[in-house]
Design a protein around this ligand. Structure first.
Ligand SMILES: NC(=O)CC[C@H](N)C(=O)O
Length: 252
């Protein structure tokens, strides 16, 4: 049995479920710790990480989520999910927030500014193109997005992007940002470390399924077993890539 869990407490879990359907993989919405036992991989969607953390705490999910990461099963965090997976987050609301951890990086929670400063940009993704085919570019949808400021030795950088002028203008030492952060020209926005994947943007909001496909190929450490796609008629990745405009956003 192969199934991919999508943490469904809050945020863009429906969009990830839809992307999994399009790729022909069974998605399971996860709201309780015991449901994690039935899945081989987990996606933690974007949303609002403080709220998500409160809900995860309320439902006593943290121990099971940490155990899931610890056992080496593939876990992918997008946006708020990336923050959740990081070992350290800065720019948290007062009182802080609980993280799952495991991904050896420091994220800045709202690096690119407020909701109004959300943006789309063409990212250069040579590694993704090498492994999944398709163009070297990927439409990055950044919604009140975090950025990765530092990574550990075992972390592979899959994409970075220039800091938009808008972000630069609104960032200042006066606003409490450190000088080193304010002066950055580029920041990291996609990483991989063993079976953990993190993206600061939202691939589930585009019709380009390559990040989902890449994630599905990540092996479980202990069994070296690849997740296999369950074929469903007309939804295979190759079909999707062949028939659909490659990078148009989907808002379904
Ligand atoms: N689109 C998103 O997931 C935004 C995440 C947001 N910056 C947070 O703190 O949770």
């Amino acid at each position: 049995m192969t199934a991919v869990g999508v943490l469904a407490l809050q945020g863009s879990f429906n969009e990830h479920m839809a992307a999994l359907r399009r790729i022909g993989v069974k998605g399971v919405e996860i709201r309780k710790a015991e449901q994690l036992q039935a899945v081989d991989a987990l996606i933690i969607p974007g949303g609002e990480s403080t709220t998500m953390a409160k809900l995860a705490h309320y439902h006593n999910l943290f121990p099971a989520l940490r155990e899931f990461v610890r056992t080496g099963k593939p876990v992918w965090g997008t946006c708020a999910g990336l923050i959740f997976l990081a070992n350290e987050a800065i720019g948290q609301k007062s009182g802080g927030q609980e993280l799952i951890g495991g991904l050896d990086c420091i994220v800045n929670r709202n690096f690119f500014g407020s909701q109004l400063q959300s943006f789309e940009t063409e990212l250069s993704v040579p590694k993704l193109a090498e492994e999944e085919g398709g163009p070297n570019g990927f439409r990055g949808v950044f919604i009140r997005a975090p950025a990765i400021l530092e990574v550990g030795h075992d972390v592979e950088i899959l994409a970075d992007c220039p800091v938009p002028l808008e972000t630069k203008k609104s960032m200042s030492v006066d606003n409490g940002q450190e000088e080193e952060i304010v002066s950055r020209e580029r920041v990291i926005v996609a990483v991989r470390q063993g079976n953990l994947l993190g993206t600061a943007f939202h691939p589930e909001l585009t019709s380009d399924l390559r990040w989902h496909s890449l994630f599905l190929k990540m092996k479980k450490d202990s069994s070296d077993r690849c997740l296999q796609r369950v074929p469903t008629s007309g939804t295979d990745l190759e079909d999707s890539l062949g028939k659909r405009p490659f990078d148009l956003p989907i808002y379904e």
